[in-house]
Write a protein that binds this ligand. Structure first.
Ligand code: ADP
Ligand code: MG
Length: 454
């Protein structure tokens, strides 16, 4: 791999040409039963020549959809997609995409899989194709693997094939959709470094990279500009410049500062510290859960129990970052679990701390039957659950379809199927409802002793 670096025009990054751009782009999907799901809301974003742009967001926030709009694979519901200031027709001709799952053809060799990237270049001769494939294979360090089949090589090597296939058409902008997230930590680390070198190196046509990821450290390690996509519906949040020299050292104070700012921004968005509420009526506790129709994070009861158990057993664990390390989940997932526990009033989250409430403590120390009662009380405080509970007050069962219709009306930017699944899981733990998969009905649970753990 060449160590010679590209030199970019001495213009400020904001003057560099815009290879791909979204102007006021929104995207709504038509999902089952005539429902609409708004995934992107008024997105303005431009990827310029010379930059490595990272779009950071949790799972389901709309990152892939945004990438597909930006590259022309998906047509937005409204707004404009541009390429060098001109409206984009079809797919951006300067872009190539690498997906998380390698999407290789198992019956083709490495070489043949790479050549698939030239499918649109019908005017190339055989010799030119061979040369282009050879160059791409060389660039990403796949030499000696030409005639191997995907099943014969490691995940890291397979993703290299994915990257070589993207590079073979000599793109100006490489779009990476969670391209490192299916790899083990060390392999991902190595490949990230190589992709950065590739982008900086002068031995190829690549000018820019647009990458989407849910991994905060990956973004800070690689990108010159980082943007956070807030979910439901996807809106752009904070944009950060990152001018640290490469290769980047995660102990550098600026690296640490960027990590902190991003963590805080995501935490504040997901778990806001609430503005002072009017004083509660005498004798009534403040319950923000009661205040409005609030969604619930789609996490399982076991994950909530796990969090409570960790907080209970390690009282000095208080920051959300330590909790994330302790439970071994990535930050986005940790935030979701903490938020679920907070909605149920088992934890408080002042700033970036996570504290078990008295209720959380009592819940943890109770037996199974008492836990069920406490959980049921908390769930019943959530207005969202009244959608189901109000049906079950007057009838034995209600169809999943009816409930999802109501959920979609109440929470138009969320996925009603996932929400219903979570509600049923919580409701079942609380003994408030059950689900009959044969009839697709949410039902009143039978009075039984089957709960007792023998
Ligand atoms: P991310 O890449 O951040 O995980 P996606 O862009 O894949 O998010 O999806 C965002 C939301 O849009 C999800 O709720 C997903 O279920 C929904 N979605 C994505 N593509 C489609 C589609 N073709 N039809 C319907 N819903 C979709
Ligand atoms: Mg995605």
């Amino acid at each position: 791999m060449s160590t010679e670096l590209k030199s970019y025009p001495e213009t400020s990054p904001t003057k560099a040409l815009k290879i791909a751009e979204l102007r006021n782009v929104s995207k709504t999907f038509h999902v089952a039963k005539g429902r609409e799901l708004k995934v992107l809301d008024q997105i303005d974003l431009a990827v310029r020549e010379g930059e490595l742009f990272a779009l950071l967001g949790q799972s389901g926030s709309g990152k892939s959809t945004l990438l597909r709009c930006l590259t022309g694979l998906t047509v937005p519901s409204s707004g404009q997609v541009l390429c060098y200031d001109k409206p984009l027709m079809g797919v951006n001709p300067y872009a190539s995409i690498v997906f998380q799952t390698f999407a290789l053809y198992p019956w083709l060799t490495v070489e043949q899989n790479v050549e698939v990237g030239l499918i649109a270049k019908r005017d190339l001769t055989r010799a030119q194709k061979t040369e282009a494939v050879e160059k791409a294979i060389d660039l990403i360090g796949l030499n000696n693997y030409h005639s191997a089949y995907p099943r014969e090589i490691s995940g890291g090597m397979r993703q290299r094939v994915g990257i070589a296939r993207a590079l073979v058409s000599e793109p100006k902008i490489l779009c990476l959709d969670e391209a490192f997230s299916a790899l083990d930590v060390l392999t991902a680390e190595g490949l990230r470094g190589e992709v950065v070198s590739l982008w900086r190196g002068a031995s190829n046509t690549l000018s820019s990279i647009f990458m989407v990821t849910h991994n905060i450290e990956e973004a800070v390690e690689m990108a010159t500009r980082i943007c956070i996509l807030f979910p439901h519906p996807g809106r752009l949040g904070l944009i950060l410049e990152n001018n640290l020299p490469y290769p980047r050292n995660s102990n550098h104070p600026e690296f640490q500062r960027l990590m902190k700012v991003i963590h805080e921004t995501i935490t504040q968005q997901a778990l806001p510290d609430f503005p002072p509420e009017p004083p509660p009526a005498p004798g009534k506790p403040i319950s923000r859960a009661r205040a409005r129709m609030e969604s619930i994070p789609t996490v399982g009861v076991n994950q909530i129990l796990g969090l409570i158990s960790i907080l209970h057993d390690s009282p000095d664990l208080d920051s959300i970052y330590d909790v994330s390390d302790e439970i071994g989940k990535d930050f986005g997932e940790t935030i979701a679990i903490v938020k679920a526990a907070e909605i149920l009033e088992f934890v408080n989250t002042p700033k970036d701390e996570v504290q078990l409430t008295d209720l959380g403590k009592r819940f943890f120390e109770s037996d199974r039957q008492t836990r069920k009662i406490i959980f049921a009380e908390q769930v019943q405080k959530l207005r969202l659950f009244h959608i189901i509970l109000s049906y079950l007050e007057v009838q034995e069962e209600v169809s999943a379809e009816t409930v999802m219709h109501d959920i979609a009306a109440a929470l138009p930017y969320e996925n009603p199927e996932k929400i219903l699944k979570t509600m049923v899981a919580w409701g079942r733990y609380a003994g408030l409802m059950d689900f009959n998969a044969n009839t697709d009905m949410v039902v009143i649970p039978e009075e039984d002793e089957e709960e007792e753990e023998a």
